[in-house]
Design a protein around this ligand. Structure first.
Ligand SMILES: C[S@@+](CC[C@H](N)C(=O)[O-])C[C@H]1O[C@@H](n2cnc3c(N)ncnc32)[C@H](O)[C@@H]1O
Length: 262
């Protein structure tokens, strides 16, 4: 699939009402519980300036600011998400400490050595230029700063049962083995300090999506809901196959922490 299509398709879906209906406010497995874990592994402190790459609707950035007292800048490719994230920051009274900008992870609009830490949740695997994004992470991190990526992983060469447009939307399209993420970060000059498997969080998320799809189906049947562009049968089948791949240990989720050496 062409790279601009992949990027825009991901940004369009995650900026849509459908994404909120199926996933709630947090668009990654484990929700803010895993965001908290990533923040702890990064050792965030109140004086840290954190970059949230592909921040979605800002849920994680706002959680980090509240929980660790840090300053956070979030970027995302979806304009709808940036508008929603800014509104959420305003309504929580955090707009002074948490900012959002429309930007591409592969071309970060920040000077070298700007941030103490970076988080990137459930998005790195969708970037067509992963090495370019990793090099950007290394460039904008201060010496001694660290990046925490949480992402979809696969343990098999290919997942042919989970290919196509829905796979890209679900961020499975280019999910890599943990070792390949680690190699990309190392090649960018970052030192991988920790990897932590979080497969249960993904299984739980897929169960949640299946339950919500059932709710959507009932609302459809009662004529109470109409979501243009949603192929309910295809989505249900995709979720079923994904759940099977997780149970079979082919598909999972992991946190990786990598540091830029001083
Ligand atoms: C699965 S969502 C995760 C959102 C957020 N990190 C969270 O966990 O709630 C993926 C996000 O990546 C964003 N995205 C995709 N490609 C991007 C890129 N090249 N640069 C910045 N954001 C991107 C999408 O707009 C979407 O909001």
């Amino acid at each position: 699939m062409e790279t601009t299509t992949i990027k825009q398709c991901c940004a369009t879906f995650y900026g849509s009402d459908l994404a909120r209906i199926l996933l709630g406010d947090s668009f990654h497995p484990g929700g803010v519980r895993l965001t908290q874990r990533t923040g702890e592994l990064l050792g965030l402190t109140p004086d840290a300036h954190v970059l949230d790459v592909a921040a979605g609707q800002g849920t994680s950035a706002l959680h980090l600011a509240k929980s660790f007292g840090c300053r956070v800048t979030g970027i995302d490719l979806s304009e709808a998400n940036i508008v929603a994230a800014r509104a959420a920051a305003e309504s929580l009274g955090l707009a002074g400490r948490v900012h959002f900008e429309l930007a591409d992870a592969e071309r970060l609009p920040f000077s070298d050595a700007t941030f103490d830490a970076i988080v990137c949740e459930c998005a790195f695997c969708t970037f067509p230029g992963k090495a370019v994004a990793a090099a950007e992470f290394a460039r904008v991190l201060k010496d001694g700063g660290a990046v925490g990526i949480s992402d979809l992983t696969r343990t098999v060469d290919r997942l042919p049962e989970l290919e196509g447009l829905l796979a890209w939307i679900a961020c499975i399209g280019d999910a890599l083995p943990v070792g390949e993420y680690a190699a990309i970060l190392s090649d960018a000059g970052l030192v991988v300090k920790k990897t932590e498997l979080q497969d249960d969080a993904l299984a739980e998320m897929v169960r949640g999506i299946q339950a919500r799809l059932l709710g959507v189906e009932i609302a459809y049947g009662l004529g109470k809901l109409n979501i243009p562009g949603l192929d309910l049968s295809a989505a249900k089948e995709f979720a079923r196959v994904a759940a099977e791949a997780i149970r079979g240990g082919k598909l999972g989720y992991a946190i990786l922490i990598a540091r830029r050496l001083a």
